[in-house]
Design a protein around this ligand. Structure first.
Ligand code: ACO
Length: 394
C-alpha cells in the first residue's frame, strides 16, 4: 500500500512549472524596476538618472552622485551642502566600534572585516529594524559615513600604526585617503579617487544589488541587506575581479611576456580577470573613463610599465576574443588606478564596496517604497515517487 501523498504511475505534468522558463543565471530576466541606472550593453551606455556616466565623472562629486541616486534628481547647492554635512557628521564611528576593530585579527581580510563590521553596526543602532523609507535613508547615510573609517582604522591597526581620526572638513574621498595614509592627499589623487567612487556607485541589477534587494524584500533590515551585498561583491566573478587583475599584472613579468601569458590562459579556457560582462557586449563606458584616469596616474606616479602592460593585455584580448563581445570591464583599469593611488591589493574590493553603498542603498530605498517579496521558483529535476530505503539496506 502506498503511503499518503506518494504517487504511482506516470508523473502528471506540473502545470505550475511548465508555465515558466528556467534561465540559468537569470540572464536577461527583468526582476526589478529602477529609476537609478540605465544600461545599454550593446551600445555601451550607462546613465545615472538619465545623466551619462562620462558627464558625471567629469563634472560631479561622489556626494552629489549619491544624492542623485537616492533622490532621482540633482541637488540644489543648499541641499548638497546639507547632505554633505550630514554625511560628514557620520565619519566618526559609534562608541565601542573602534575597540571592536582593534580586537580583530591583524591577518583578517578587509572584505571580511567590512562585512562583519557593517553587520555589527546593527547592534549599535537603537532601532535597527526600522524600515520605513525615511528610516532606511538615515541608516544608509550612517553606513556610508562609517564605512571609510572602518576600512582605514582596520588597515592602520593591522600595520601597527596609530589611528588617524576622520576630518569632517574633508570630502568623502579626501577624508578616506587622509585617514588611511595620515596625510592629506594631493588634489589630483583626491579627485582621481572621487572619480572612481562615482564610476562604481551603481550598475543596474548586478549580483550584489540584487542580493540587497532580495534581503530587504523580506522586510529584514538595512544592515542585513548591505552585509549580504558585501558578501556577494567579494566574489571573483563580481567585484573581487579587480584584485584578480592586479595579481595578473604582477604575475606577468614584462610587457613582452603579455602575449604568451594571455594566449596560454585562453588556450586553457581560463577567464582573464577584468574582461567580459553579463550585460556589456561592447566597451564598458566605465572602463573607458578609468583607462584615461589610469594612464594619467601611471605617468604621474612612475607606473607607466603597469599601464603599458594593461594596454597590451587589452590589445591581445581584443584581437583574440573581441569578436565574442569581450572587452575590459570596470575592474580592469580600476586595478592600475587603485595601485597608483597607493592602495594595497586587498583594499581594492573594499573601495568598490564603499562606492557601491550608494547604489545598494538607493535600491534598498526603491524596494522598500514599492515592496514585493522576492520568491522565485526552482525547477525540480530530481526523481519522483522514490522508495524510502531503510538505513541498514542502503
Ligand atoms: N576571459 C576569457 N574568456 C571569457 C571571459 C574572460 N574574462 N569572459 C567571458 N569569456 C568567454 C567565455 O569563456 C565564453 O566563451 P565560449 O562561448 O567560447 O564558451 C563566452 O565568453 C561567454 O562567457 P560567459 O562566462 O558565459 O559570460 P557571462 O555573461 O556568464 O560572464 C562574467 C560574465 C562572469 C563577468 C565573465 O565575463 C567573467 O568571468 N569575467 C572575468 C571576471 C570579471 O572580470 N568579473 C567582473 C565583472 S564586472 C563586475 O562584476 C563589477
Amino acid at each position: 500500500m502506498q503511503p499518503a501523498g506518494v504517487m504511482s504511475g506516470p508523473i502528471p505534468e506540473n502545470k505550475d512549472q511548465s508555465m515558466s522558463t528556467y534561465v540559468k543565471g537569470l540572464e536577461g530576466i527583468i526582476a526589478a524596476q529602477t529609476e537609478m541606472s540605465f544600461i545599454d550593453g550593446q551600445k555601451g551606455i550607462l546613465e545615472y538618472v538619465g545623466i551619462p556616466i562620462g558627464e558625471l565623472s567629469e563634472k560631479s562629486t561622489f556626494e552629489e552622485t549619491v544624492f542623485l541616486l537616492w533622490n532621482k534628481r540633482l541637488p540644489t547647492q543648499a541641499e548638497l551642502d546639507k547632505f554633505t554635512s550630514d554625511l560628514r557628521s557620520r565619519y566618526k564611528l559609534p562608541e565601542g566600534m573602534p575597540e571592536r576593530i582593534r580586537s580583530l585579527p591583524r591577518t583578517a581580510q578587509p572584505m571580511h572585516v567590512l562585512r562583519t563590521q557593517i553587520s555589527a553596526l546593527g547592534m549599535y543602532d537603537p532601532d535597527p529594524n526600522a524600515n520605513l523609507v525615511e528610516a532606511a535613508r538615515e541608516k544608509a547615510l550612517n553606513i556610508l559615513g562609517y564605512t571609510p573609517t572602518i576600512v582605514a582604522e582596520f588597515d592602520r591597526m593591522r600595520r601597527g600604526l596609530e589611528v588617524v581620526p576622520p576630518d569632517p572638513s574633508l570630502s568623502f574621498a579626501e577624508n578616506f585617503l587622509y585617514m588611511l595614509n595620515g596625510e592629506k592627499p594631493t588634489p589630483t589623487m583626491a579627485r582621481a579617487f572621487d572619480i572612481c567612487m562615482i564610476l562604481h556607485a551603481d550598475h543596474g541589477l548586478n549580483n550584489s544589488t540584487f542580493t540587497a534587494r532580495v534581503i530587504i524584500s523580506t522586510l529584514s533590515d538595512v544592515y542585513s541587506a548591505i552585509t549580504g551585498a558585501i558578501g556577494s561583491l567579494r566574489g571573483p566573478l563580481h567585484g573581487g575581479a579587480n584584485e584578480g587583475v592586479m595579481k595578473m599584472l604582477n604575475e606577468i613579468p614584462s610587457v613582452d611576456a603579455v602575449e604568451d601569458y594571455i594566449l596560454g590562459k585562453l588556450e586553457r579556457k581560463e577567464k582573464v580577470m577584468g574582461f567580459g560582462h553579463r550585460v556589456y557586449k561592447t566597451r564598458d563606458p566605465r572602463a573607458t573613463a578609468l583607462k584615461s584616469l589610469a594612464k594619467q596616474l601611471a605617468s604621474d606616479t612612475g607606473n607607466e610599465e603597469l599601464y603599458i602592460k594593461s594596454r597590451r593585455i587589452e590589445e591581445v584580448m581584443e584581437r583574440e576574443v573581441g569578436a565574442k563581445g569581450i572587452y575590459p570591464n570596470v575592474d580592469f583599469y580600476s586595478a592600475t588606478t587603485y595601485h597608483c593611488i597607493g592602495l594595497k591589493l586587498d583594499l581594492f574590493t573594499p573601495m568598490f564596496a564603499m562606492s557601491r553603498l550608494g547604489g545598494w542603498s538607493g535600491h534598498i530605498i526603491e524596494q522598500l517604497a514599492d515592496n514585493r517579496l522576492y520568491r522565485p521558483k526552482a525547477e525540480y529535476i530530481g526523481p519522483h515517487n522514490a522508495p524510502y530505503v531503510p538505513i541498514d539496506q542502503r
